[in-house]
Design a protein around this ligand. Structure first.
Ligand SMILES: Cc1cc2nc3c(=O)[nH]c(=O)nc-3n(C[C@H](O)[C@H](O)[C@H](O)COP(=O)(O)OP(=O)(O)OC[C@H]3O[C@@H](n4cnc5c(N)ncnc54)[C@H](O)[C@@H]3O)c2cc1C
Length: 484
């Protein structure tokens, strides 16, 4: 690409902080709260006019694995959502949270923690001294400004801050990343008529197989409680080649409000979510797909006749971009082995969910995996912590960690180490991991599988007994369950 030289200029310093968190999403919100609760002066930089990330701007309601693995700030967050009382109860209604509730609870908890919030503010670069970042450079209506800090947290999902800082990264497999989807919500669905049709057309449905299943979902729709339903409507789509319907997709729905379906069904592959032209192509492709799918339902599926499109979100949902190369790279094999690490600072329940063009891998693993501190520390940088879906991991491990329950908990772990290093004026790599773990445990946070526990009888769809019977025996597990 041809280049031009922008004249050098002095930037106003917007503020000086202990910790600056870039990105106010799934991981960024808990990262900023955790850092502020350690006593750090924290600024949060977010490009949108609200916080929450994918569950808010991409209206993604399903927090897979939440009931089986929540601790620390996530437990508080979930309890606040339940108390707020708008939308489903995520602890009893299939791990679902209402996107608007996520936005407002995230905002309230940040303000209560004393975080200085800067919305409508794009991270646009960094200023470094050697390997150390000394300022995040942002663009907003106020112009280009510098936010100085002792440590920085990259919570942009895409690893923008780490990339600006010169950290290495991988992108999917040989640059091929997971497919991109624009979700949408359809309102005024007549569920009674729809479930009559579902009962007569079970062959399309992947997540239910009996009349009892249909009756159970019908009851949820009557009660206005959340439910999930997955189908493959390709054979029906194929009967209507005149319609502009997407290929390689499924009709994957959650209902989180009475009479409404939240649909995960549009799709485009070959997109790099860090390239503007690719994002534009994804929007241009997926927005018409959303309307084509809704119009197809309205015209051909009973129950949708009077339905309407009520919500198409701010942007396409990007599942995968950069995975930052850290001091440690978590692998698929380690997830499969329920690996434990002495220097782990969090634990993730693993469900591989890789929407690759060549194959779709969906696999729920038994148990959990520990995540060592090295996955949060981008190699070759100082004063920088990475959290969220772009932490250091291989493609398949990443497809598991990107689930919101895990991502949220990377935020608390990463925000805590960022604050500890800033307040002690110590390099991140000199932190005493035992002390880090103790600090996190004080916040009721699960730092490894050793202090893992179960809240519910039902762990990601498996009965607790089945889960236990199938689980690889481990000393701590046997002890824990004997005690119960
Ligand atoms: C279509 C789709 C379906 C999914 N389905 C599920 C599911 O069923 N269950 C599940 O648990 N997970 C699911 N996920 C995964 C999960 O939602 C994400 O992996 C997770 O939310 C990512 O969190 P994050 O904090 O890393 O990024 P985000 O939540 O995207 O947060 C990043 C934040 O940084 C901001 N930002 C980005 N760049 C900049 C910048 N340069 N300057 C300023 N701000 C910036 C963004 O606006 C955002 O607020 C799905 C994801 C997608 C896209």
């Amino acid at each position: 690409m041809a280049t031009m030289t922008e004249p050098q200029r002095d930037l106003p310093i917007a503020g000086e902080y202990d910790v600056v968190v870039c990105g106010g999403g799934t991981a960024g919100v808990p990262a900023a709260i955790a850092a502020a609760r350690q006593g750090a002066k924290v600024a949060l930089i977010e490009r949108y006019g609200f916080v929450g990330g994918v569950p808010a701007y991409s209206i993604m309601p399903c927090w897979h694995g939440l009931r089986g693995n929540h601790s620390g700030i996530l437990t508080e967050f979930v309890n606040r959502v339940v108390e707020f009382g708008q939308g489903p109860n995520p602890l009893t209604e299939h791990d679902h949270m209402e996107p608007e509730t996520v936005k407002i609870i995230g905002l309230k908890m940040l303000l209560e923690a004393g975080v200085e919030i800067h919305l409508h503010n794009w991270l646009a670069g960094v200023i470094k001294e050697g390997d150390r970042i000394v300022a995040a450079v942002t663009e907003s209506k106020s112009g280009r400004r510098a936010f100085k800090a002792k440590t920085f947290v990259d919570a942009t999902g895409d690893g923008d801050l780490s990339a600006y800082a010169g950290a290495g990264f991988t992108k999917g497999v040989d640059g091929k990343m997971q497919g991109v989807t624009l979700r949408f919500r359809i309102g005024h669905v007549d569920f009674d008529r729809y479930f009559d049709w579902v009962g007569e057309n079970m062959e399309y449905y992947k997540t239910i197989s009996t009349a009892e299943d249909v009756a159970r979902l019908r009851q949820h729709s009557k009660d206005g409680t959340a439910f999930y339903l997955g189908a493959d409507l390709t054979p029906l789509y194929n009967e209507h080649p005149e319609r502009d319907l997407p290929a390689h997709t499924y009709f994957n729905c959650s209902s989180i409000r009475p009479g409404e379906l939240s649909v995960n069904s549009t799709r485009i592959y070959g997109i790099d979510g860090t390239i503007e032209e690719d994002l534009t192509k994804a929007e241009i492709t997926c927005r018409p797909q959303a309307y084509a799918i809704w119009q197809f339902l309205r015209d051909f599926i009973p129950g949708f006749e009077k339905s309407m499109m009520v919500d198409v979100p701010a942007q396409v949902g990007v599942r995968e971009t950069r995975s930052i190369i850290g001091e440690y790279i978590l692998s698929e094999a380690e997830c499969r082995a329920n690996q434990e690490f002495e220097d782990s600072i969090m634990t993730a329940q693993i469900m591989f969910d890789a929407h690759d063009i060549d194959r779709y891998l969906l696999e729920v693993l038994k148990g959990a995996v520990d995540i060592p501190i090295g996955c949060f520390l981008p190699k070759g940088t100082e004063g920088l912590v990475v959290v969220g879906r772009c932490i250091s991991s291989d493609h398949i491990a990443n497809s598991g960690i990107r689930k919101m329950e895990s991502v949220f908990q990377t935020g608390q772990a990463g925000g805590t180490i960022a604050a500890m290093a800033a307040l002690k004026q110590q390099p991140l790599r000199d932190l005493d991991v035992t002390e880090v773990r103790d600090v996190l445990k004080k916040g009721e946070f699960r730092v490894s599988q050793e202090n893992r526990y179960l809240h519910q009888d039902d762990v990601i769809g498996l009965k607790r007994e089945t889960w236990l019977a199938n689980r690889k025996p481990k000393k701590w597990a046997n002890e824990m369950f004997k005690a119960e």
